[in-house]
Ligand binder design. Structure first.
Ligand SMILES: Cc1cc2nc3c(=O)[nH]c(=O)nc-3n(C[C@H](O)[C@H](O)[C@H](O)COP(=O)(O)O)c2cc1C
Length: 167
């Protein structure tokens, strides 16, 4: 697919078919994420691939808007080793997740970001760390649902060029 086509096609999908994407497809998504830019090329990311139903159900209770994760056959938990990029791990990891989501779209898969990190609420990160036994050296930015789409999103209205720019 042409890049702009992929960009426009990517939407947050919260209902998925039962069939899980193959390990090969999951790997392709993560490999794309690893090409993201990062502060000082720190590449602080780590991706946990969660397929276990019990664990996914536990992740679907991370915060009030996590329930849709229970519909996903796979959840990718996006972590950053904070020490490797203390000031910019959020941006680094966000860039990587964006590439992961675009690659997934390109491969016919769908994704949805589920926020874990919150500057005001460390409990959500602690919760995910506890569910997946993650070391405190890692920050938890997001749970990303991954699977074959089973819903059609409504048309997306984007802001106009004039609204978002000043020349
Ligand atoms: C940082 C971030 C956090 C998000 N957190 C959630 C979330 O917790 N739950 C959820 O259902 N969607 C979440 N989303 C998805 C947004 O709701 C979605 O991207 C937005 O409505 C635009 O729709 P689109 O992705 O289909 O273009 C999040 C997206 C981003 C970028």
């Amino acid at each position: 697919m042409e890049l702009l086509e992929v960009i426009k096609k990517r939407r947050s999908i919260r209902k998925y078919k039962k069939e899980a994407p193959s390990d090969e497809l999951i790997k392709k998504c993560i490999e794309a994420a690893c090409y993201a830019p990062s502060s000082r090329n720190s590449q602080p990311w780590k991706f946990l691939i969660v397929k276990d139903r019990e664990k996914i159900l536990a992740l679907s209770k991370t915060q009030p808007y996590s329930a849709f994760l229970a519909n996903a056959p796979v959840v990718i938990v996006a972590l950053a080793e904070e020490e490797k990029s203390p000031r910019h791990w959020v941006e680094d990891l966000s860039c990587a997740i964006m590439l992961l989501m675009l690659r997934a779209t390109d491969l016919g898969l769908a994704t949805c970001w589920n926020a874990v990190y919150s500057p005001e609420n460390k409990e959500r990160e602690d919760y995910v760390r506890k569910v997946l036994k993650i070391s405190t050296k890692y920050r938890v930015l997001a749970n990303i649902a991954l699977g074959y789409p089973d819903e059609k999103p409504s048309e997306k209205k984007i802001k106009s060029f004039e609204e978002v720019t000043r020349i």
